[in-house]
Design a protein around this ligand. Structure first.
Ligand SMILES: Cc1ncc(C[n+]2csc(CCOP(=O)(O)OP(=O)(O)O)c2C)c(N)n1
Length: 286
């Protein structure tokens, strides 16, 4: 037999999650055991993938990390690269338990805001008003009725060493966060907003533009929370862009009324003001 060939994974045109994988694993380097749970194919990196069921993600990472410690190979990192469904919902319990035990693991979430692999069903990460295959738009449904779950704050409230948010539209920030995570021990999580042209319904050429508008409008701010208390906002524009710059190019929001857009604008502005205050104090009270 010849040498091991790794088949490049497939991904849709303009896939934000594939870009998140490339950037994250490039920064991580080769001293990594990558763990996966069911999600869209994003294995455009050469890192081999060790897979389990959704609910087993936190336990499998824990086992690898403890096994590595037992054989004296703490130089190798146990990294889970999971979808939002796997992090916010189906795999949440095991990850929460691993966070609470402060396992020496890294969880990187490519957040495309729905169960994309199975056909754009809503997840806990889907934002309010987004149309998904399970949140239709019609006389009795305005898309998803509930807001996106605040998973970075939920994990920060486990008082773990590191929780960060990142975006494929800000690759340098993303890479510097991965590099920082490599220098510390304990439970570390990075949630990367990763636009999906198929589910969000926009021109695949606009992935980066949409990712940037999300951060620039305060919909997906870039920040870090250390030990559940130290807070740092990493991108602070003088003025936020209106949320319409983010919403309008995406057909999943096309049905929204002016009042619904105003609702999103108000939430984004209020939450941004809160984050600015926390950044000024360098501290978050959870
Ligand atoms: C317990 C369980 N429930 C449901 C499924 C079916 N399933 C496979 S992939 C997937 C969607 C995953 O969504 P996400 O984690 O957001 O990743 P994405 O596909 O968006 O990359 C689902 C629901 C499953 N494999 N196991």
């Amino acid at each position: 037999m010849g040498e091991l060939t790794i088949t490049p994974g497939s991904a849709c045109q303009g896939c934000g999650a594939a870009l998140a994988a490339r950037l994250a694993f490039k920064a991580l380097g080769s001293n990594v055991i990558r763990h996966g749970i069911p999600c869209c194919p994003d294995s455009t990196t050469k890192t081999p993938r060790f897979s389990t069921v959704f609910e087993g993600g936190g336990a499998q990472l824990t086992g690898t990390s403890r096994g590595l410690k037992a054989i004296g190979r703490e130089d190798v990192m146990a990294v889970g690269f999971y979808g939002d469904g796997g992090t916010y919902d189906i795999g949440f319990q095991g990850l929460s338990a691993a966070a609470e035990r402060n396992e020496n693991i890294m969880v990187i979430t490519k957040d495309n805001e729905a169960y994309m692999n199975t056909g754009n069903q809503r997840s806990g990460a889907t934002p309010k008003y987004a149309r998904t295959s399970t949140n239709p738009v019609g006389p009795r449904s305005r898309g998803k009725p509930r807001p996106k779950k605040n998973i970075p704050f939920i994990f920060a409230a486990h008082y773990v060493p590191y929780v960060g948010t990142a975006s494929v539209g800000f690759p340098e920030d993303l890479i510097s966060k991965v590099n920082y995570m490599k220098t510390i021990k304990g439970f570390r999580m990075l949630i990367i907003q990763s636009p999906c042209p198929v589910g969000w319904r926009y021109d695949p050429a606009k992935t980066i533009e949409i990712a940037r508008a999300s951060v620039q409008s305060g919909i997906w701010p870039l920040y870090e929370i250390m030990d559940g208390k130290t807070f740092k906002l990493n991108y602070k524009p003088k003025e936020l862009k209106p949320v319409t710059e983010y919403l309008t190019p995406q057909a999943r929001f096309r049905h929204m009324t002016e009042e619904e857009v105003a609702d999103i604008q108000e939430t984004a502005t209020a939450s941004w003001e809160n984050l600015l205050k926390a950044d000024e104090m360098g501290r978050l009270i959870i």
